[in-house]
Write a protein that binds this ligand. Structure first.
Ligand code: AMP
Length: 186
């Protein structure tokens, strides 16, 4: 099972992806977390992306796509995975499709979590994970980047026919149940 969980910053992608991964016994792949780990470890990749992430901008498409390609080639990913934070541009979505096609694979479902802006901002400001990009100014930039560069990814998957829209308001468990209902049964 290959799942994409999609939505603006603060929609609850990370929290829900973790729960879905545990429930289905698949891997949770968060590109944002991979970058933060690389920054904390001081790797070449970490040095390359630190200032971009601190500012709330997007890492170049090719860098992200290469990282995802290398990661999913790992044996742990053969049973499936849930992608959180990728693809974040239409270019990434196209590159990912090509990459899956070469592997003879496809995405099973694209789950789009939505919530009103004021709730997203409130959640990001109060999540207290100490992220350098969770300040009021950087949140504003990230929401603008989302609307301009990331939201068009929804249309791409709507056309491809595996799109599901899920209400991202309410409790973590309510949202989780809605997501489970949106995942096709195998
Ligand atoms: P996230 O943890 O998904 O909120 O991602 C944190 C930050 O990592 C984003 O604001 C971007 O700077 C960077 N990032 C994560 N995933 C991607 C991606 N698919 N494309 C470009 N930048 C990304």
């Amino acid at each position: 099972m290959r799942i994409i969980i999609f939505g603006p910053p603060g929609a609850g992608k990370g929290t829900q992806a973790k729960k879905v991964a545990e429930h289905l016994g698949i891997v949770h792949l968060s590109t944002g977390k991979m970058f933060r780990d690389a920054i904390n470890e001081g790797t070449e990749l970490g040095k390359l992306v630190k200032s971009i992430i601190d500012e709330g901008h997007l890492v170049p498409d090719q860098t992200v796509v290469d990282m995802v390609e290398e990661t999913i080639a790992n044996e742990d990913y053969s049973k499936g995975y849930i992608l959180d934070g990728f693809p974040r541009t239409v270019e990434q979505a196209v590159a990912f499709d090509n990459l899956l096609e070469r592997r003879g694979e496809s995405v099973d479902v694209f789950i789009s979590l939505h919530a009103p802006d004021h709730e997203l901002i409130q959640r990001l400001l109060s999540r207290g994970e100490g992220r350098s990009d969770d300040t009021e100014e950087k949140i504003k930039t990230r929401l603008e980047v989302y609307k301009k560069e990331t939201a068009p990814v929804m249309e791409y998957y709507q056309q491809a026919g595996m799109f599901r829209s899920v209400d991202g308001t309410g409790t973590v468990d309510q949202i989780f149940q809605r997501i489970l209902s949106a995942i096709p049964k195998r």
